[in-house]
Design a binder for this molecule. Structure first.
Ligand code: IYR
Length: 220
């Protein structure tokens, strides 16, 4: 395909305005927390569509956008997902996860029970497309994990921006989702993200984020 270029203009700001924006944005991002207790208040479909389309603006290898976002609001299907996820998680917490891992998680207070899979008004299950299937023909995708990871990051920011909360849940293994959601052979489950409004009096762990010199190395 021949490249076609169009002109692109990006709004920019004075240095002081840029500094202020960076501080405000950091402060805003620092307010995002993973939430495990959801109110059952539904989310209008339009909002879910818009946050997913914001996620789908993420950069991807060769602009293949190798992702599918499945949205589940149906209570029966949510219950099936919960039952299957809890079956796997029970095994994980009772033998599959090594002692160190369980110790690292203990301050989060997680266990094999996953009530949020029924309580959250919507579950977004993100699938990565290892390759595309176009009229039965396989077409390569590139940097699929990086691309889908970026899209999930964009999704979490969009959720936060709208005043909603989410949880990045990784039941393991996740293959039951392929069956329950009848996904084609080229799609693999990547993350399960319940979204909604926080329940009243939601508590979150008192965690601290790393400071500048722990995550940044400047080179002269
Ligand atoms: N998938 C399990 C365990 C779990 C693992 C990590 I790493 C976490 O940060 C949190 C939980 C679960 O969802 O409970």
């Amino acid at each position: 395909m021949e490249a076609k270029f169009i002109s692109y203009r990006k709004e920019s700001y004075s240095e002081i305005e840029t500094i202020i924006r960076s501080i405000e944005h950091l402060d805003y991002m620092n307010k995002r927390r993973t939430v495990r207790d959801f109110s059952s208040k539904p989310i209008p479909k339009q909002i879910i569509e818009n946050i997913i389309m914001a996620a789908s603006t993420a950069p991807s290898g060769a602009h293949k956008q190798p992702w599918t976002f499945c949205v589940v609001t149906n209570p029966e299907l949510k219950s099936k997902i919960k039952a299957a996820a809890e079956e796997e998680e029970y095994e994980s917490y009772n033998g599959r996860m090594p002692k160190d891992w369980l110790e690292d998680l203990s301050y989060l207070g997680t266990d094999w029970h996953k009530p949020f899979l029924e309580n959250a008004p919507a579950l977004i299950i993100v699938f990565k497309k290892s390759y595309d299937l176009i009229n039965g023909q396989k077409r390569n995708n590139y940097y699929v994990t990086e691309s889908v990871g970026l899209a999930c990051g964009f999704l979490l920011e969009a959720i936060h921006y709208c005043g909603l909360v989410a949880l990045t849940h990784t039941p393991s293994p996740m293959n039951f989702l392929i069956k329950l959601l009848e996904r084609p052979e080229n799609e693999k489950p990547f993350l399960l993200i319940p979204i909604g409004y926080p329940a009243e009096n939601t508590m979150v762990p008192d965690l601290k984020r790393k400071v500048e010199n722990e995550v940044i190395k400047f080179f002269k």
